[in-house]
Design a protein around this ligand. Structure first.
Ligand code: GLN
Length: 264
């Protein structure tokens, strides 16, 4: 494919921010915009909700969490976009799916009313909420990411659905404190190509800028493989001094220390 001389612009699709925004997950998109501004990278942000058409391409996709009720609201529309999102995931588009969004990016979710919601199969996992009782997996989480270099990932979880990974799925992280996917097997989230599913709110990006940078770098590489001229020093700057990086590191350190102390 021929490269144009246009400056690089990273296309971001943020799904259903108006419906799936529990614990302000849309803060992930805001953090991304702040990081892009700091690095001098253009973002072309598409806020896509029910009934909206997806753009013809994307470099990075975000979806947040929501209660069962909100998942019911978006499920059919998400299914209608499933084929495109699945093909993007297979073509190395970067994605972050949080909690309720993560569940719907799996094969299916059976909610606490026993209702099955079909997922879009981006991730090889299924999620089941217990039919009886009021068991929820709630609290602070400290985990160690399986992705090389990401290290400690902190966040907050609150979910009834328990997620079980299929044979082809790789966990995003290993639980140190908290429940993670199901409270049984020590896994947290899922990682496939440039896509991450996770139960962690926070929002997760501001407290874990290393994850934002990892996905952003993948998104930049995806864009470069398609079109556009790009100043590669931006990728170098990502790992160097940054005010956001410093603030995020401080928050992550503080959360890890406090939660470890609380857990004794
Ligand atoms: N409704 C889902 C559950 O409780 C997801 C909740 C969330 O996104 N925090 O399992």
């Amino acid at each position: 494919m021929s490269k144009s001389n246009s400056p690089l612009s990273i296309r971001v699709v943020s799904l259903y921010e108006d419906v799936l925004n529990i614990y302000s997950d849309r803060g992930n998109r805001l953090a991304l915009q702040a990081r892009a501004a700091e690095l001098g990278v253009n973002l072309d942000v598409h806020l896509i909700s029910i009934g909206d058409q997806l753009p013809t391409s994307a470099d990075l996709v975000l979806i947040g969490g929501g209660q069962d009720r909100e998942q019911d609201i978006v499920a059919a529309d998400l299914l209608s976009k499933g084929e495109t999102l699945r093909s993007w995931a297979g073509a190395n588009v970067a994605m972050l799916a949080v909690c309720g969004g993560f569940q719907l990016f799996g094969r299916w979710f059976r909610n606490s009313r026993g209702l099955f919601l079909k997922g879009i199969d981006v991730f090889d996992c299924v999620s089941v909420a217990p039919a009886f009782g009021n068991l929820r997996l709630v609290g602070d989480v400290i985990s160690q990411s399986a992705i090389d270099g990401l290290g400690t990932i902190v966040g907050y979880e609150n979910h009834a659905g328990q997620t079980f990974l299929g044979d082809s799925a790789v966990p995003f992280a290993e639980i140190e404190i908290g429940y993670g996917n199901n409270g049984f097997d020590g896994t947290e989230g899922v990682w496939r190509n440039s896509c991450v599913g996770t139960y962690l709110h926070g929002a997760i990006f501001p407290n874990n800028l290393q994850l934002l940078d990892w996905l952003f770098k993948r998104a930049i590489e995806h864009r470069m493989s398609q079109d556009g001229n790009f100043d590669l020093t931006v990728l170098e700057r990502m790992s160097k001094y940054s005010k956001l990086g410093e603030a995020s590191e401080f928050a992550r350190e503080l959360i890890s220390t406090t939660v470890r102390e609380e857990q004794g």
